[in-house]
Design a protein around this ligand. Structure first.
Ligand code: GLY
Ligand code: MN
Ligand code: MN
Length: 438
């Protein structure tokens, strides 16, 4: 365990709080959640908490004091040999303090009593009110304990501030340690897509292909998929959040896969669309090459100083013109853009921030302006085109749904695509699938 990046992030948050008047921040981790009776969902730490600690156990909270003096305190479960026989290792406060580099650590059970003590006489309490009702109650209770001590000379914080404002700004720009993990998540996830492409053929089920993805994620060390995989054959590709993944894959159909692994808390997010039988038909190739050209245009628009929406605007221009060329739409390009008639076939945005959360933390606007891209920001580039059957649409295009999605790190001069380990050209895809069939 290298605690250096986590300590650096805690220090950076403390410094931001000091600039904003100081106070004490409380950042709890996520609760364990029951799936049914006594079985739980796989545990995942809260993204903010883990960003600042690297600590994976439930029942934990981080407390940061940002005054003239600063302190970083962990509350966590105590050692418990009986529970450790059943559930596995627990650090306990002493080893956690040592290993993760906190100034102090206390048993989680002492939190309630200590919280009132630690927030008293602080100018502000920094917290994410509304995120977890149970923590809202704990915080309210602690504030009321201090308010009840006014005659003893204690003062409750005058302000409760949203710590996410500072944390979101920090998380928007990834540090080197984060980028290192995200590149690796991209490599593993691309390998999973290659494996799925090689495996796919007519007569297989969508869930069989999903199993290949999950196999590769776990085999290479991802703890889980970063979100529920979309494995959508034929018309299912036109359902944007299709996750049933239970249909037979048919000769002549396309398969759209949107899947990425989560590695050490960081998501990858890749979409590929390819023919179930290994060869694109003419109409499929037309739509595919249009979406690919839109992605190329969007990627070319990613550079420091460019607006967050520049890649979307670039992709949209290519897609709208292509929809006219393919006779999916009629009229002039200006009219298509003005009336947004392209939304019938392209109804989502071209990307989002990516990081610990697949739709990651970070503002998209600064005031009235879209966020300007800066080195270290990570975003997806994911144009698509989804064509449902309709009388005014040429039949050859019916039920074709294509999306191509890659993950881009903004660099000093442009961007680095960290998911290029899986082919995205027709030639590359057909060659890979042909080779797999030999
Ligand atoms: N997989 C979710 C997305 O692409 O936004
Ligand atoms: Mn995405
Ligand atoms: Mn995706």
């Amino acid at each position: 365990m290298n605690s250096t990046p986590f300590r650096a992030r805690r220090d950076a948050l403390i410094a931001r709080m000091q600039v904003a008047g100081g106070g004490v921040a409380m950042i709890p981790t996520a609760p364990e959640r029951v799936r049914n009776r006594d079985a739980h969902y796989p545990y995942r730490a809260d993204s903010y908490f883990h960003y600042l600690t690297g600590f994976d156990e439930p029942e934990a909270a981080l407390l940061l004091i940002a005054g003239k003096e600063t302190q970083s305190i962990l509350f966590c479960r105590e050692k418990n040999l009986e529970r450790e026989i059943w559930d596995g290792f627990r650090f306990g406060p002493d080893a956690a303090r040592e290993t993760f580099g906190f100034d102090a650590a206390f048993p989680f059970g002492e939190l309630e009593a200590k919280l009132a003590e630690l927030i008293a006489d602080q100018p502000a309490l920094w917290f994410s009110m509304g995120h977890e009702p149970e923590w809202d109650s704990r915080i309210t209770a602690a504030l009321n304990v201090v308010r009840g001590q006014t005659r003893a000379g204690k003062r409750a914080p005058a302000a409760v501030r949203d710590v996410r404002v500072e944390l979101d700004a920090m998380r928007l720009v990834k540090d080197d340690d984060e980028l290192h993990i995200m590149r690796r998540a991209g490599v593993i996830s691309a390998a999973a897509h290659v494996r799925a492409m090689r495996f796919t053929s007519p007569g297989k089920f969508e869930h069989e292909v999903e199993a290949e993805l999950l196999h590769e994620f776990r085999r290479q060390g991802c703890q889980s998929p970063a979100y529920t995989s979309i494995v959508a054959g034929g018309a299912n590709a036109c359902v944007l959040h299709y996750v049933a993944n239970n249909q037979l894959l048919k000769d002549g159909d396309l398969l759209l896969i949107d899947a990425g692994g989560e590695l050490d808390g960081y998501a990858s997010d890749i979409t590929r669309t390819f023919p179930v039988n290994g060869r694109f038909s003419g109409a499929q190739a037309d739509v595919y090459n249009l979406v690919l050209a839109a992605q190329d245009a969007a990627i070319a628009a990613v550079r420091p100083g460019a607006s967050f929406v520049a890649p979307h605007d670039a992709a949209l221009k290519v897609l709208a013109q292509g929809m006219l060329d393919l006779k999916l739409l009629t009229g002039s390009l200006d009219a298509v853009m003005e009336t947004e008639s392209y939304k019938r076939f392209y109804m989502h945005r071209t990307g989002h921030w990516l990081g610990r959360d697949v739709h990651d933390a970070g503002e998209y606007k600064q005031g009235e302006q879209w966020q300007a891209l800066a080195p270290g920001m990570v975003l997806t580039i994911e144009p698509g085109c989804y064509i449902r059957p309709a009388d005014d649409v040429p039949e050859a295009f019916w039920n074709i749904g294509v999306r191509i999605e890659d993950d881009a790190v903004v660099t000093a001069t442009g961007c680095e695509i960290i998911t290029s380990g899986v082919p995205n050209t027709i030639t590359g895809i057909e060659a890979l699938m042909a080779e797999a069939r030999q």
